[in-house]
Design a protein around this ligand. Structure first.
Ligand code: FES
Length: 169
């Protein structure tokens, strides 16, 4: 095939010229489609997490002295979060009207902790962190206490306020 005169005076083949055009248009199309897509996917990660009150059940369903796992929908969940949009907490009924709630997520890497009544500890199955019933760290690698969540009672229902969970790596 006859060579074509290039932009800088070089002589290039027709195949190389067409390849350059295809690669150039492909790159432009990639940017036009990719930038909005990446922005759409990443934007929720930088939005502040809203703090909302979530209903977790009637006061009467929690016995005084017990610690119960409760679930609620996470207001900061990404649209594609699926079942992970269900957040959790450990709710302890301390008295007739007193409740204490801790986020269920370990402050090490976010695994859900389990309340072990017989030991009075929250244990994390992932890397072995343990937390006292006050949420304080009993054993690492977690360095931060469990996140305490505000609790209130409204109309005979227990509500927990959502809160972002600090996690350290
Ligand atoms: S996530 Fe709990 S100890 Fe690592």
């Amino acid at each position: 095939m006859p060579p074509i005169k290039g932009l800088f005076g070089d002589r290039i083949s027709r195949e190389l010229f067409l390849t350059g055009i295809i690669v150039g248009y492909g790159g432009i199309a990639g940017v036009v489609v990719g930038v909005p897509l990446v922005a759409y996917l990443l934007t929720p990660l930088f939005k502040p997490s809203p703090r909302l009150w979530r209903d977790v059940g009637a006061v009467s369903q929690f016995k005084i002295g017990t610690t119960t796992e409760v679930r609620y929908s996470d207001p900061s969940a990404l649209r594609w979060a699926g079942t992970t949009s269900r957040a959790g907490a450990w709710l302890r009924r301390d008295s007739q009207s007193g409740f204490t709630a801790y986020s269920i997520y370990c402050t090490h890497l976010g695994c859900p902790v389990h309340w072990i009544q017989s030991t009075g500890l929250f244990l994390c199955p992932c890397h072995g962190s343990a937390f006292y019933s006050t949420g304080a760290v009993a054993a690492g690698p977690a360095e931060l206490p469990l996140v305490k969540l505000p609790v209130r009672v409204r109309g005979g229902r227990v509500q927990i306020q959502t809160k972002p969970i600090p996690v350290i790596g």
